[in-house]
Design a protein around this ligand. Structure first.
Ligand code: NAD
Length: 247
């Protein structure tokens, strides 16, 4: 049974991803600052897998190290790490405070770095492992009102490249860069009218479901993706595929 860590699995994309892996027989540890979504029980799943929660702030470097070491000590192996926990605050550049910007970078970028960094010794000792993370289309575009968030996600894409180059061939890395996904994060920031406006700008005419991102993670962690490393996978219903100006 593989041991899989997913950060931010109490909600949204992380929750769908943890359930996807557990359904296909993996032992999944959810590292999240908040308890699992209401109605989600810890324990075994149909399909043979298991999900449990450890309370953790991924911005706490030493806390992440201790949690990763503990999971490894208990399970004896660490196969896949999915650094997914993230936050976003919508604000113009002139409204941005130091505290907010540091928190975004601490959670979204340092949180990925800490989780991956502390998983590496365990994976190298075993001779294999897969490091995955949730980036965003925001990491490669200047989406207005998200300066700190955009920068954090560009940083995640960069970590994905460097970890792959330094740690291949034993460890593979990959990021999923979603476009708009209908999760509590989106619902917290947008009214229904704004969500509809976003849908109209996406060629697929809708948001992704969290399960559609989970399926991509499941593929990237599988032997079928054995030659995939160091790359970012955009999953955005063609949002970023086209030109923005019509002639
Ligand atoms: P969400 O708010 O539904 O879930 C985020 C989870 O991360 C929550 O369970 C939250 O408690 C956890 N979390 C937040 N801060 C944490 C911390 N410091 N330590 C541990 N856990 C923490 O959001 P989501 O939409 O599922 O987002 C998941 C990831 O996907 C994020 O990295 C986000 O940036 C990224 N993403 C989301 C979208 C989207 O449209 N929803 C698009 C692109 C990328």
């Amino acid at each position: 049974m593989r041991t899989v860590i997913v950060s931010g699995a109490s909600s949204g994309i992380g929750h769908a991803t943890a359930e996807r892996f557990a359904r296909s027989g993996d032992y999944v540890v959810n590292l999240d600052i908040q308890p699992p979504a209401p109605g989600t029980r810890e324990g075994s799943r149909e399909g043979g897998g298991h999900v449990r929660w450890i309370e953790l702030d991924v911005a706490d470097w030493a806390g992440v190290r201790d949690a990763v070491d503990r999971v490894h000590a208990e399970r004896g192996r660490l196969d896949v790490v999915i650094a997914n926990a993230g936050i976003s605050v919508r604000h113009g550049i002139l409204d941005l405070t130091e505290e907010e910007a540091r928190r975004t970078l601490d959670v979204n970028l340092m949180g990925v770095l800490a989780l991956w960094r502390h998983a590496v010794p365990h994976m190298l000792r075993r001779g294999e492992g897969v490091l995955l993370a949730t980036a965003s289309v925001n990491g490669s575009r200047g989406y207005p009102l998200y300066a700190d968030y955009n920068a954090s996600k560009a940083g995640v894409a960069s970590l994905c490249q460097t970890f792959a180059v330094e740690l291949s061939p034993l460890i593979r890395t990959a990021c999923v860069a979603p476009g708009a996904v209908l999760t509590p994060m989106q619902r917290a920031e947008y009214t229904d009218a704004m969500l509809q406006e976003v849908n109209e700008r996406i060629p697929a005419r809708r948001h992704a479901l969290p399960e559609e991102i989970a399926d991509v993670f499941h593929f990237l962690a599988s032997p079928q993706a054995s030659f995939v490393s160091g790359q970012q996978f955009v999953v955005d219903g063609a949002e970023t595929a086209g030109a923005t100006t019509a002639f």
